[in-house]
Design a protein around this ligand. Structure first.
Ligand SMILES: [Zn+2]
Length: 583
């Protein structure tokens, strides 16, 4: 923070957003600042949006930035990629204008076309350096037929097109949807929920109201209270929409427009609802100490995304299970899927979970062809760690307590009482408190180390066991991933560590021509009739030149898990199962 630019007095800030060229994906933004008393004013734009751990350089979308005071131009100098410095010597007010290009469809980036505007606020609205605590108002001038604004920000004077924010942390955590969206609402306890549906989609609003309310009620029961009086779901329905981003009092979900009628994708949507809504506690309020107050200029490093994201991923399916809306075997299919993703990712033996979290900025959010060999997802593995800790506690307490109690205790202790984030040691201490045992060994092996997860030990507490359906198959495998090229040829897009292709040197980007003279066009059937130990000639085009690579076929290491109930359950296993899955 520079002294010249620190807000000397309370500034009054009002934005006006209009869309004269929505068809070209632009917003025109005016920022009026009154109460100036400093000689220079630095206006900044965040480089990232909380919840999505990548520096996205939103200022690349800014153009035609000008400032004036009355009718006089104010000189502007750019001093950093995301900082514009205004010469405000002798001025009491200034009006800044800029245009913002918004054409990236995702839950964490702004998007504008003639059908709607999604304003991802952290990437669009400048703030005065040193002034994150300042309130502001935002007036929306809709394009043509747009008639609604959906946001968790409060209206000003009952004008639905003018909203206000008490400070920038709230503004940057409150996306705004503008357009002709369908809106429906419902209540859970005293909290009013609004669902803003952008885009045609085959949803049944009445069914969604009932089922979303059930999901939400399960979550409120875990934490013991709902801190929001009002909460907004902004749902973007696209052909292949997906993903979600959590906020304090709202969320943005991407959904497939035809996915609501099919049971599996409908269940997936409810799981996404459960995930993002669970975040209003886990990460938005109960948070790792590094995740708030945010540094909007730089990466914010934490080793705890396996709790913030992984545990949220654990609870999303578990909560949908607990609503009893779907059969229990759906839950086990998803859980076995998580086990499979972990074990079929060679990086699980390389990167500890805590490091996966810390390096999210440069690894998880910037994947390349070797990511599968060097990294593990803190979503999948963090979710399974959540399950293991949950079962440990339930078993240790004969079904009296669970991970729910840890989450509620941590929420009360750190968000409400201490009013700060938790450290690694504090979270571990809370798990130990409820498990009634030290977790040093668990952390050494599974959080800070890369030892194989002992699924059956923990599932066994609830009378289940998992087995690898591929265990006794002695199938050969090349160990490559491919993408299809025009003309039917396959290009190698990944080579898995330790496999035949890895050992004998098949390269990423090689175009497969044939294997032992047979055209290699069908990935599922590349090596028909071959046995483990056979030597095959893999003909490829490597950097434009033909090359033949002799490859000795190794046994496939791909696992496929299946979870089954044991018979002859003990009373303790039954008690654990009941507590865990509500069955
Ligand atoms: Zn999440």
């Amino acid at each position: 923070m520079s002294t010249t630019s620190q807000a000397a007095g309370p500034l009054q800030i009002a934005y006006t957003v209009s869309f004269p060229e929505a068809q070209a994906h632009y917003a025109d933004i005016e920022m009026e600042i009154k109460g100036l008393a400093q000689s220079k004013l630095n206006l900044k734009l965040p480089v990232w949006t909380p919840g999505s751990y990548l520096v996205r350089e939103f200022s690349k979308n800014v153009e035609s930035f000008t400032a004036q005071s009355g009718s006089k131009p104010v000189s502007v100098t750019k001093t950093r990629k995301n900082v514009w410095q205004l010469n405000t010597q002798g001025l009491s007010s200034v009006k800044v204008k800029y245009r913002f290009y918004a054409f990236e469809i995702s839950v964490r980036t702004a998007f504008i076309d003639v059908t709607h505007a999604f304003l991802s606020t952290s990437g669009m609205f400048f703030y005065p350096e040193g002034g994150l605590n300042l309130p502001s108002t935002i007036k929306i001038k809709p394009y043509k037929n747009w008639n609604k604004v959906s946001t968790s920000l409060e209206m000003v004077n009952n004008d639905p097109f003018t909203v206000k924010s008490p400070n920038y942390d709230i503004l940057f955590d409150s996306p705004i949807e503008v357009g002709t969206q369908d809106v429906f609402d419902f209540k859970v306890g005293d909290t009013h929920y609004e669902v803003a549906m952008y885009g045609e989609a085959n949803y049944d609003a009445e069914r969604l109201k009932k089922d979303m309310a059930k999901v939400i009620a399960e979550e409120v029961a875990i934490f013991g209270e709902n801190p929001n009086k009002r909460y907004v779901f902004i749902v973007h329905n696209y052909a292949k929409g997906s993903g979600g981003l959590e906020h304090l009092s709202s969320t943005v979900l991407g959904a497939a427009r035809d996915g609501y009628a099919k049971e599996s994708t409908y269940e997936g949507f409810l799981s996404l609802v459960a995930h993002e809504h669970f975040h209003l506690w886990n990460v938005k309020r109960l948070r790792p100490i590094a995740l708030g107050p945010f540094d909007y200029d730089n990466e914010n490093y934490t080793t705890n995304l396996w709790i913030a994201e992984g545990f949220t991923a654990y609870y999303d399916n578990l909560i949908v299970r607990r609503t009893q809306l779907f059969p229990v075997d759906h839950y086990f299919t998803a859980l076995a899927g998580d086990f499979g993703i972990i074990e079929n990712t060679p990086g699980t033996k390389i990167q500890p979970l805590s490091q996966a979290s810390f390096d999210a900025w440069i690894k998880s959010y910037r994947p390349d062809e070797n990511t599968i060999n060097t990294s593990i997802s803190y979503y999948n593995k963090g979710s399974v760690i959540g399950m293991m800790m949950d079962l440990e506690i339930i078993n240790a307490t004969n079904g009296r307590q669970s991970l729910d109690d840890v989450m509620r205790y941590m929420y009360n202790e750190y968000y409400k009482v201490k009013k700060r984030g938790y450290t690694d040691a504090e979270f571990k201490a809370a798990v130990e408190k409820f498990a009634g045992k030290k977790m040093d060994d668990f952390y050494r092996k599974y959080i800070n180390g890369v030892e194989p997860l002992d699924y059956n030990k923990y599932l066994g507490y609830a009378g289940y066991h998992v087995f690898n359906e591929n265990e006794n198959l002695n199938l050969p495998d090349l160990g490559i991933r491919t993408v299809a090229l025009a003309g039917g040829r396959l290009k190698v897009s990944g080579v898995l560590r330790g496999t035949s292709a890895w050992v004998d040197g098949v390269n990423v980007n090689d175009e497969l021509v044939s294997i032992d003279g047979i055209p290699a066009t069908d990935l599922k059937n590349l090596i028909p009739g071959k046995q483990v130990g056979d030597r095959v000639q893999v003909a490829v085009i490597c950097d434009g030149l033909p090359l033949v690579i002799p490859v000795t076929l190794l046994k496939s290491t791909i696992v496929r898990y299946n979870i089954q109930s044991r018979t002859d359950l003990t009373p303790q296993q039954l008690a654990v199962r009941k507590k865990w899955l509500k069955i």
